[in-house]
Ligand binder design. Structure first.
Ligand code: PGA
Length: 254
């Protein structure tokens, strides 16, 4: 954590929770944590719960995110959701390029780039996910993979947009596996990402961009991760689905 960047804890609920379940969890988390002044909490429920959750996100410091979007504003794209529709429901962020989208639904850096641009045009900020698979890490290709994902996704964004950008480093081998990157492993890649951002945008912009870590973040490891200087928050799946652990994540200590 760095005092110049507001830490951000983002809950990615993936394909979990009916509307009633989502509302009940958000109510409980807000009641238990109270307003957040020194940190931001972002909740990304499924599309079907966005409006309901947005309607009860009343505590200061809480905001709403979608998990995906299309890059066009409207058109004949059956089953897709556009960024302006998400903005209309009160979203401030959209997760773009999550590894599950890349691996299970064939999403490429080019579509991540198109989506990130569209999210900015609609007045929101993308949370762009990057990260290597286990094979790539074992072959020593982590930096190469992350660099090419960043170059592909960020090409064409302006430095002014970049300041509002959020990057999530999510090593694919750590997602949903219980196998977290060590704080040292995560910090090493986060520092690399920050350097890369400085070379893609104007120097200085990288100091404003928040870089989250994701992959089996839980109450037992969030504090040590947040103690690293280039880790500005967490993108959390499993541990954000239940009030007790979610509350502890929001209340991380560093
Ligand atoms: P996990 O998921 O916390 O369940 O590992 C993280 C993510 O996919 O964003």
């Amino acid at each position: 954590m760095n005092p110049n960047r507001k830490p951000l804890v983002a809950a990615n609920w993936k394909m979990h929770k009916t509307l009633a379940e989502a509302i009940s969890l958000v109510k409980s988390v807000q009641e238990e944590t109270g307003p957040c002044a020194d940190r931001e909490v972002v909740i990304a429920p499924p599309f079907t719960a966005l409006e309901g959750v947005g309607g009860i996100l009343k505590q200061p410091g809480y905001s709403l995110a979608a998990q995906n979007c299309h890059w066009e504003e409207k058109g004949a794209f059956t089953g897709e959701i556009s960024p302006i529709m998400l903005k209309d429901l009160g979203c401030q962020y959209v997760i773009v390029g999550h590894s599950e989208r890349r691996q299970l639904f064939g999403e490429k850096d080019e579509t991540v780039r198109l989506k990130a641009g569209a999210v900015f045009r609609a007045g929101m900020a993308p949370i762009i996910c990057v990260g290597e698979v286990l094979d790539e890490r074992e072959q020593g290709k982590t930096f190469e993979i992350v660099a090419s994902q960043l170059e592909g996704a960020l090409n064409g964004l302006s430095p002014a947009q970049a300041e509002r950008l959020v990057i999530a480093y999510e090593p694919v081998w750590a997602i949903g596996t219980g196998r977290t990157a060590t704080p040292g492993q995560a910090q090493e890649v986060h520092a690399f990402i920050r350097d890369k951002l400085a070379s893609i945008f104007n120097k200085g912009v990288e100091k404003k961009i928040r870089i989250l870590y994701g992959g089996s973040v839980k109450p037992s490891n969030i504090d040590e991760l947040m103690a690293e200087p280039d880790i500005d928050g967490a993108l959390v799946g499993g541990a954000s689905l239940e009030v007790g652990s979610f509350k502890r994540l929001v209340q991380f200590k560093s």
